[in-house]
Design a protein around this ligand. Sequence first.
Ligand code: S3P
Length: 429
Amino acid sequence: MDQKVLHPISSILEGEIIVPGDKSISHRAIIFGALAHGVTKITHFLDGEDCMRTIHAFQAMGVPIEKNKNNVIIKGAGMDALQEPLVPIDLGNSGTTARLLLGVLAGLPFHVTLFGDESLTKRPMDRVAIPLKRMGAKLDGREAGKYLPLAVRGGALQSITFEPVVKSAQVKSAILLAGLLATGTTKVIEKTTTRNHTENMLQAFGGKISVDGTKITVEGNQKLTGTDIQVPGDISSAAFFLVAAAIVPGSHVTIRDVGLNDTRTGIITVLEQMGVEIEVIEERHIGGETIGSITVRASSIKGIEIGGDIIPRMIDEIPIVALLATQANGKTIIRDAEELRFKETDRIATVVNTLKALGASICATDDGMIIEGNTQLTGATVDSHGDHRIGMMIAIASLITKEKVTLTNPSCINISYPTFFEDISKILN
Ligand code: S3P
């Protein structure tokens, strides 16, 4: 069986690392590069399985995309040059590819079938299928289009005003992408601001979009122009090392060139509130995104309550924050995070069950979890359940367990962080 035996460390974590490119930004760079006219050059692209799904989807539509490690060149010829794919598109595990691609396909005069792996097949697609149908796309799949496999017949979209019920950047982005291909002005009015990389990147490609608080407006039939995109390091990947440095006594780690977009930095706020010694340095702006370096030192941590509008700003970091909370003084309560149930796994259940198996005192609630602090974690055999962020949470936990941890199914970590174990070894002293 695919497994990795992880031994607790007796050393500190020290040094600098650069984490792979941001997953959300990498997906969007491919999508906009494929829709634009002219050449798009992407550097520090995330060479992970999910982003490869997006590349393959647009290659299947005839877009010339060349990738050499972390550099990608797209020779875009505009939306009208896209071709109907001849075979069904395999989305693997990638929810972002699924939702964003549905937005694009809704506006194209093609018939396309999309399918994914077992996990993706269980994740809700009606959150984008329903508004896309309102715009005029035809979509069908299991349970009236709620789940993959989905067949899409797109084209001739009309703009809509849409107020999503779920706080999801994927949903917002799907409708904005469809809006770009629709007639008229599309508006998305969010309940809470979610990650805004689609809005930023549309502007980097010369597109027009107006953002007024939580109201986003995009005109249809815009012409986009290829550009150069430097992808910042993924703060969601950096988060694993931020927590590792905070919990391994004596550690001091710097993560260079991380994306620091406000809609993503909830993790930094939470770490500060939990008493972690963390500092952001060398902040600067590149292509509509903020980038900088983060230094963290091992710290005395305190339990806190986390909920409300900060949750969408740190949704992918909750598993690793839960691990941090097991080492805090006092209790941590995470609420308003029911969206975790719709990720690669039900992350409320997988985080709670996994940390429990490792000796934590943690219980699930409907919309989050309650974690007691000051626990000595113990060794166990635990499974990633095919969820990359659960796999990485387990690996970071193993740095401080009393006995060895056996992680089964570690290869899913390649979805967002293929060099994860190499990077850990770079800062092990
Ligand atoms: C993403 C948005 C988030 C996040 C996912 C990537 C994106 O999902 O969990 O990993 O790129 O837009 P939701 O917006 O559905 O919460």
